[in-house]
Design a protein around this ligand. Sequence first.
Ligand code: F6R
Length: 245
Amino acid sequence: MRLIIAKDYADVSRKAANIIAAQIQMKPDCVLGLATGSSPVGTYKELIAKYESGDLDFSQVKTVNLDEYVGLPKDHEQSYAYFMRKNLFDHVNINQKNCNIPNGMNLNADEECARYDAVINGFGGADLQLLGLGPNGHIGFNEPADAFIKGTNKVELTASTIDANQRFFAKREDVPTHAYTMGIGSIMKAKRVLLVCSGENKAQAVKDCFFGPINPRSPGSILLFHPDFTLVADEAALSLVKDQL
Ligand code: F6R
C-alpha cells in the first residue's frame, strides 16, 4: 500500500484528482473505474476544473462504475447513474455511450450481473479504479461477509449502509434495500486502485482494513494484496493509526 497523507477533504480531493489526471494524460483512452458517494465528489470537481482549464481531455475515456441501486431508474435523483451525470459526466467532454453502470432496472439479477461482468472483462479490468470506503469497511457494496465475492453480485444492504445513505433520501424507508455491485475480484483486476477517504467516521474502517489482518469482515482489507494500491486519506481518517505512520 502506498499511503498519501492529506490535510483535509479538499487536500484529499486535489491529490486524488492529480493522480487520475496523470492517468488520463498518460493513456487518453484509459478505462476509469468510478465511485459515487460523498468521498469522490471533491475529486470530480477538481477533474472538472482541470477539464475547464484545458488540461484534460475525456473524449476517449471509458468508465465502469462500481454499483447501482436495484429498482431505481437512471433518471431517479438518487440513482448512481444520475449522480455520475450531475457530478462529472455532464461537465466534461466524455462520450456518455462509453460510460457503464449496472442497470438497476433489470430485475433479473443473474442476467444483469453476467452482462456487467462481460463489460468489465471486455475491457480487461479498469486501468485505474477509484474507491471510497464504507464506515463498515465495504468497497463498492461488498459488505462484510464470510468470503470475498468475485464477480458482480446483487447484495442486500446492511442496516449500517442504509443508515449511512439515509441522508440522501426523504426517509429511511425510501432507501433501496438491494444494489448491484462490482465484485471484489473485478476491483482487484484493475491495474491501479486509488481509495479516497476523509473524516473521523472512517477512522475505524481505515484501521480495520489497512492496519489489521486481511479479512472479508473488513472487505477493503483485500486491497493490501493489490500490487498498485494507493490510499489517500486525511488526518482525521488516520486518527486511530497515528502511532503506526
Ligand atoms: C459508492 C460505493 C461505496 C462508497 C462508500 C463510501 O459507489 O461503492 O462503497 O464509496 O459507501 O461512501 P461515502 O463516500 O458517501 O462515505
